[in-house]
Structure formats: structure tokens, C-alpha cells
Design a protein. Structure first.
Length: 479
């Protein structure tokens, strides 16, 4: 009777009428209330009781009860997070590529529930385990524990995307592009007619068991071997954008400068505490202007920042003190010697690195290896300065997160012969270092053969480190 009408719209159209097939109540007919009584009822609803979130929900519900017409809102930015919209946009972009062809290819987008059922039915997770010990451990754990295997694999290897692509290919080949059939496939309990349809319309990949239920046939061994062989190549591509602009990783909050200190050239290192002796060259209490620091100064800046007011501690603000390298600070060395942050003796921290510049001294092939971390701020001027003043006019080589490197030789105990993906570029006290993993793995960690932590870049250069050109098909680790 109500259908898809809103509550107010339904009362306006049917108010005062008899409810269809309703029994009598206390010798009175069961009539629908009039619009006046309905509005009076809604206005009398209590929306003040409860906590703040509960009050907010009650207000929204009351507004919906008084909504006469519901209009579906247009496409919102948040809708991009929904897979269905992403697939729809992807199909539109792919169709543009084939718009000039007479015989256009079919573009099929299978729901995740369908591919999930096919993947579980064919037991294809073992294809990933054939060349990955971490996946094998996870599958063995799943036999005795309640695990979401898909979620666990996302944290181990990127190749679960490749396995999904294989499943999509096989599923779209055997299962017709029919939403009704997809709905039947994901059902837990199917009627005989639905079982019949699955067996007849899926090109023989379903069969009827002894109880008459439709079951997936076992995946053919030769198909499984083909998937295993292709996954063993570990072809994983990470997009490394070439864009140099923007202020990626720049903190929005300004920190105050408390002190600036540099390593003392004459004092020896304190071997007992394993800390260098520092010479404080500026202090905020001195009242003097900030000193001029050259790019070569190995300076450490002590920073201070006040946090939010704490109502539990008489609205006092806790002061947080940190230390950062001068090279990571924006506003400490402004162009022209004067800037907005410089005037108030404040800085902002740049937490993101663009990459690592690598070159030979004066551009000579046999020159000493030079390295410098390039912060994500005025990237092009930094690289141009290196080319003009330190590399004989040649642009330096830049290593970035996500790039694949090849180490062809070993030097002494340093044996990193393998292809690796750079996960992190670090500027440690001992020098510049990489965290790196096998290209198909997700995160670097200690104690495993497929990842290395804090590997000296200088050591890798001595071992003949090379950047591997990586196209859209990735790099075959078997080669």
C-alpha cells in the first residue's frame, strides 16, 4: 500500500482511509491518521534525551519523517571509494580506446562476490604459496584458525592482484555476462531450477553432485601450473610519478626554534655515551637574530610546539620539544635572508623525500661517489644546482621509493645479489641507507631473506647497483 512513498507523502495521499485487510481494533475500524495528527505526532517526538550523537540521529530521523519527496543526490566525491563506481569509470575510459574500431571488444566487469566464490571453489590461493613461504604459512594457519585469508594476503604480497586477474579471466570466459546467473552463483541455498541453470549455462565448469547441488569442477592442473609459472615471475609495477611540484609531507603547524647547534670540529666524540659533542650557536633566550646557515652546515635544530589545551589540567598547554636536521626545515634559510617564518623564528618540517640524488664528483666516471637526499620542496632547483655546480653540467641520477634496483655482484660479506624494490630512503647517523624488499612483497622487515633493512647505499654502489627500467608489464625476476 505504501510502496516507495515517503511517510509524509503516504499520509497526504491515504490519510483517513481504511488500512487494507486490517482487522478491527476495539470495535473501531483501523483508519490511517490524518496529516494534521501525523504532523502533531512527529513534532511531539523527544529529540533532546541521550548523548550528543544520539540527539543528532534523532533530529535526522525526525527530518526524514517530515520529508515529502526524496530525491537521489548527484554523484559525490565520496562515492569514488565505492568499487562499483570505480569500475564504471574504468570501463568508460577503456571504451574510449576502442571507439574507432568496428568490432569493439566486450568489456565485462564481474562483481567481487562472484570472483570470490570462484576463487574459493577452485582453491587457487595455493598458486601464490608455490613460490612464497609467507603465503604458505598463512594458508597452513587458516586450516586451524579462523582467518580472513584475503585480508592476510593483502599484507603479504601484491601478487594477490595478479591472482584476481587470472580468476577474472577464467570466470568471464566460462560464466556468461548475466546478472541473474551471478546472483544464483553466490547464493548459499539454491532451488533445483537454479542448480539446473548453473550446470547448463556455465560451459561445463559446474556439475551436479549426489544431492543434486551444483558444484564447481576441480580446476585443471595444466591451468593451475600456468598460473603458478606466471606468478613466479613476480611482475609487480609501482607507479612512480614524475611530478616535482607541490609540498608533499609539509607539516601544517609551525614550530618555534628553541636552539641551533652544530657538531664541534675540535671536540672528540664521547665514546662512553656514543654521542657527538655539540656546539650551540644560537639560543632563543639570547635575543639575537637567527644565524645564517649554509647548505653544507650539518646543523641540528631544537624545536618546540605547544599542544592543545587540556581541560583536565586547568586548560594548560603541554610543550613538546623535538630535534630535526636543518635540511628538513622550511623557513630556516629563506631566499633573500628574510621570510614570514624567519621573522617569527619559526619553521615547518618537511617529512617527505622526493628521492636520492647520486652522482660522481665533478661528473668524472672515476670520481668519488656523491649522494644527497632531495626533499620534496623546490625539487627542480635542487637537482639543477647539483648539475651546474657539482656534476659538470650533467643531471644526477635520482633513486626514488618504488623503483626497482638490481645488485649484480657481492662485496665481502655484503651479498645482496637480487632485484629489489626501494621502500624507504633514510638519512641515518651512519649514512644514507635503503629499506628494500623483493618487488612482489608489501613491507620490509628484519630477519627474512626477501627484505633488507638499513642497507648502506654506498655499499650497494660498490656492488654495482643499477636502476632497472620498468614498463607496464613489470620485471621478470626469473631472468
Amino acid at each position: 500500500m505504501k510502496g516507495n512513498l515517503t511517510a509524509l507523502q503516504f499520509i497526504k495521499e491515504c490519510g483517513g482511509k481504511d488500512i487494507e485487510d486490517a482487522p478491527s481494533v476495539r470495535e473501531q475500524r483501523s483508519n490511517l491518521v490524518t496529516e494534521t495528527l501525523y504532523r502533531k505526532f512527529v513534532e511531539g517526538l523527544d529529540i533532546k534525551a541521550g548523548h550528543a550523537q544520539d540527539v543528532s540521529r534523532k533530529k535526522k530521523r525526525k527530518a526524514l519523517l517530515l520529508l515529502e519527496r526524496y530525491e537521489d543526490k548527484s554523484f559525490l566525491p565520496k562515492d569514488l571509494t565505492q568499487t562499483s563506481h570505480l569500475v564504471w569509470l574504468a570501463v568508460m575510459e577503456l571504451e574510449k580506446e576502442f571507439i574507432s574500431l568496428k568490432n569493439k571488444p566486450r568489456l565485462i566487469s564481474l562483481p567481487g562476490a562472484v570472483t570470490g566464490e570462484v576463487r574459493k571453489g577452485w582453491e587457487l590461493y595455493g598458486c601464490l604459496a608455490a613460490h612464497n613461504s609467507e603465503v604458505e604459512k598463512t594458508i597452513n594457519r587458516a586450516r586451524s584458525e579462523s582467518l580472513n585469508i584475503k585480508k592476510e594476503l593483502r599484507d603479504i604480497t601484491h601478487l594477490h592482484h595478479a591472482l584476481d586477474a587470472c580468476v577474472l579471466g577464467y570466470a568471464s570466459h566460462f560464466i556468461p555476462n548475466d546478472g541473474g546467473l551471478w546472483e544464483i552463483l553466490v547464493k548459499r541455498h539454491r532451488c533445483p531450477e537454479e542448480n539446473n541453470r548453473l550446470v547448463k549455462e556455465t560451459h561445463g565448469i559446474f556439475f551436479r553432485d549426489g544431492d543434486g547441488h551444483a558444484r564447481l569442477r576441480e580446476f585443471k592442473p595444466e591451468w593451475k601450473k600456468q598460473i603458478i609459472d606466471r606468478l613466479a615471475e613476480c611482475r609487480v609495477v609501482q607507479h612512480v610519478p614524475k611530478k616535482m611540484g607541490g609540498l608533499v609531507g609539509l607539516e601544517e603547524n609551525t614550530r618555534g626554534i628553541k636552539a641551533i647547534k652544530v657538531s664541534h670540529p675540535t671536540l672528540a666524540t664521547d665514546k662512553k655515551n656514543k654521542k657527538s659533542k655539540w656546539n650551540i650557536i644560537w639560543n632563543c633566550k639570547s635575543g639575537e637574530p637567527l644565524p645564517t646557515l649554509n647548505n653544507s652546515d650539518d646543523a641540528i635544530v631544537e624545536l618546540q610546539q605547544y599542544g592543545p589545551r587540556d581541560p583536565k589540567n586547568q586548560d594548560k598547554r603541554e610543550r613538546k620539544e623535538t630535534e630535526e636536521k636543518a635540511a628538513k626545515l622550511l623557513g630556516l634559510r629563506p631566499k633573500g635572508g628574510n621570510g614570514k617564518l624567519h621573522v617569527i623564528k619559526g619553521v615547518r618540517v618537511i617529512n617527505a623525500n622526493f628521492g636520492l640524488a647520486l652522482w660522481r664528483k665533478n661528473g668524472q666516471p672515476e670520481g668519488e661517489v656523491q649522494m644527497r637526499v632531495i626533499l620534496w620542496h623546490k625539487v627542480w632547483p635542487q637537482l639543477k644546482a647539483i648539475a651546474d655546480h657539482e656534476n659538470g653540467g650533467k643531471w644526477p641520477q635520482v633513486l626514488r621509493n618504488g623503483q626497482i634496483i638490481h645488485i649484480p655482484t657481492a662485496k665481502g660479506r655484503s651479498d645482496y645479489r637480487e632485484k629489489w624494490r626501494i621502500c624507504s630512503i633514510k638519512n641515518n647517523e651512519s649514512g644514507l641507507a635503503f629499506d628494500m624488499v623483493r618487488p612482489d612483497m608489501t613491507k620490509a622487515r628484519n630477519g627474512v631473506d626477501w627484505a633488507k633493512i638499513n642497507v648502506s647505499v654506498l655499499t650497494l654502489v660498490k656492488c654495482g647497483m643499477q636502476i632497472v627500467p620498468c614498463g607496464l608489464t613489470g620485471v621478470n625476476l626469473k631472468e
